[in-house]
Design a protein around this ligand. Sequence first.
Ligand code: S3P
Length: 175
Amino acid sequence: MFLHFSILFDTITLIGFAGCGKTTIAPLLAQRLNYQWMDSDHWIENSTGKTISAIFEHEGESYFREWEYRWLQTISDSTSTVYSVGGGLPCQNGYMEYLKAYSWVIYLKTDFPTLYSRLSEAKESRPLVKRLSYLELYHLFEQRLVYYEQADWHINAQLPILEIVEKIVLAVSTG
Ligand code: S3P
């Protein structure tokens, strides 16, 4: 089936807490739309030559956040792109507005127990999860909701993956 698009942007940004599936869904969505996929964490790793974990460990979180700011400056002239961004990126002052000025922003909504059980299995590559207790992580999740909820669309990210992809395609194609 061919879908006609009447879209304002041909750029989509997937946001949500760590473990919500951004880096799984983004490449599938990009393939579905014949767009390119770019991930803010991958860009930072390529630009610095370091893993996110190593940056947190050696340079600290604020240095990592500076690189997120640099990444943000790269999106203004993008076309036909699906972005996935680190869970903390949209939660810095003004960043949601910036993302929304240049792309459709999709919040991949997932409940905390589901996120936590996924994150517990991949602690090593996730510095915040390694460092924070269950309760601290829950507080961080709660604090971030106010930012995530500013997205153009909220999509239930606990559905089967291909269903999520189709829901996003439908959302952006109807504007
Ligand atoms: C972070 C989430 C991570 C990564 C970094 C910080 C956060 O990305 O950007 O470890 O602040 O929540 P994912 O959301 O892709 O795990």
